[in-house]
Design a binder for this molecule. Sequence first.
Ligand code: ACM
Ligand code: ZN
Length: 766
Amino acid sequence: MNKKLILGACLGLLFASCSTDKFEREIALVPQVKEMSPVRGVYTIKATTPVGYAQPDLLPAAELVSEMINRSTGWDIKPVNGTIQGINLSVDSMMPEKNGYTLSIDKESVEIIGQSYEGVISGIQTLRQLLPPAIELEKGLSRHNQITLPIIDIKDNPTYQWRGMMLDVSRHFYSVEEVKELLDWMSLYKMNKFHWHLTDDQGWRIEIKQYPLLTEKGAWRKFNSHDKSCLYYARHEDNPDFNIPEEHLKVVAGDTLYGGYYTQEQIKDVVSYASKLGIDVIPEIDMPGHFSAAIANYPNISCFNQAGWGNVFSAPICPGKDEVIEFCQNVYDEIMPLFPYEYYHLGADEVEKINWKKCPNCQKRIKDQGLKNEEELQSWFVHQMEDYLNSKGKKLIGWDEIIEGGLSETSTIMWWRSWVKDAVNQAAENGNESILTPNEYFYFDYRPDAGTLSKVYNFNPELDGLTPEQKDLIKGVQANVWCEWIPSQERLAYMIFPRMTATAEIGWGKKPGADFEDYKKRLMPHYDRWDLMSVNYRMPDLTGFHATNVFTDSAKVDVKCDFPHAVIRYTTNGRIPDENSLKYEGPISIDTTTHFIFRTFRPNGSKDEFVHTSYVKQSPAASSDVSKENMKQGLNLKSYEKQYKNCEDFTKGAKLLTDSNVDTIAIPEGASGHLGLMFTGYIEIPSDGIYTFKLLSDDGSRLYINDYLVIDNDGPHAPKEVVGQYAMKKGLHPLTLYYFDGNNGGSLKLQVLSPEGKELNDIFLN
Ligand code: ACM
Ligand code: ZN
């Protein structure tokens, strides 16, 4: 190892010595770099500093550097071919670490050597993070006649080669400029794969010349229920980020239509923009399900010549008809010249197979091909498409459902169903590679809360139960942004910042002992950078309270925010706080039940989301006088089948499936579908006091004790934890917990904490 390098801490202070650039800057790199020397002084970039590139292929990378400096300073630095005394870029493909780089800054020059073009870009992004945040702002450094960099040596490389972001442009449409901005954001954090979800039931977004109706009609819709709920949130949550951008609306024959699509030329432009940033683009044409935007306009590709919905998902295309296979291949024929990267995503998730059971063409295909069932028919279709892609030199990725019915030897699975815990193990046993996107961690359409960032950061891609060779089959991690409730670029930024940076750090690879606190500290200066980039980030969460907080006499409301520039405002009258609401200046003492709504404001005055918290005055609830004598450990669990929307009228119209005694509150093995669970029994409280309950569920849940609603986590939603408190006397208290799941793959967990904060177990009886 180079002696100058140490496996050092990533936080250091850089002091500028020149009077024109008075600043004190933290070295705060995200993702964390593998090796970094101490800072030994300052290098200055001037208007005369050239940017050299050793190999002609590096011209686009050199342009990135000169454009970044020129834009912020107003200078006119030009890239020059060759090695010069200034900022030098070169590739040395013999470097040992794939896509790694070194960045060496001394008094005379800045040297970035990458193992590949992508490695050079990663080095440039580290350089960018070493420059003052004002580098992000047009004319942000125009008063300066020089900029400083720390004299430092960095040696760095990615642990995982796949660090992806997926954007769904079907549920809401994003313009070419918006997609390019996302690519810029990704690049700053060394994210290198852009998965573009281009088609789905709600809109077809890519021009296919042979099938013009796909975009002429399939790219446009009247407002659907998601659009309407976005507009509802915009109004009822005082949040303009939920408005649908007017530029994507058009009026046709008196109807307002919403949508848009990319021409093939625009796609090429985006792919080339990404390539300059070292990002590969993976198109997804989701099939055989999620295809109704196409079926509505070419109905013959479905089993019964019409678009429609089955029990849960849309009716798929018909793999029994040869012309359907041809249709899909023709679509790919037009797409392949646009996307040079070898990987293509076929989707293959959430396929509703009821039509296939009834369709004579599908049944004939099953018989002719000697298939066992509709799962194998799905596999047969995926294999057909994979063979086709392979014949053109491309490789197939599919959502993890492609395991069902038989995985080919060569496909890569994208694991999204957190609840199918062994999906990656199954793939690995078959020798297939995986990309990790488990929804519980990496679905960035799920609304974040105070626990989200640490949860993402602490995801460990070294999954259990894999041999070292099988671990090598994990290509990396990716975050997916489904856009049903993300109609604007502002909302998109809000949902990915800062979570994307945690994903970046997992994928780049954390050093042993890296922890969330250190990451949070390193992240803090990035908020200043995002301010200058006009990124609508989510501010660090307010802490110091739960959804409900119980007190018996009086309480001190002590709200904290890690972000030093946050302005916190609040109300106690149920109104959403605005810029005129009371400013929170320090702890508030209360002695009556009070409902607070807190909201943070960014340094530029823009509003973050708001958060409710209730402080409830209670006397400890008396215990029940039932006898323990004939009770057994655990709870009674009744499971039901019904299309639940919430936990009200739980048993009404529901079919009882099971009735049994269970040890813990959890979803029983194998339970799925339109499911309701009702747990009843008693909770045994060891001493008088205020108890804390953490109830996590997907979808909704409610916890009642003594018929009092302790936690309301109801309604259809992604995994969400609600924390509340309840004061009780020692003894037995009757408890009921309701849970429902509206689709497949829910989650449910209850934790009970003593007044001292200790987790209590084995406290249920019935
Ligand atoms: C998915 O979320 N249906 C891949
Ligand atoms: Zn069919």
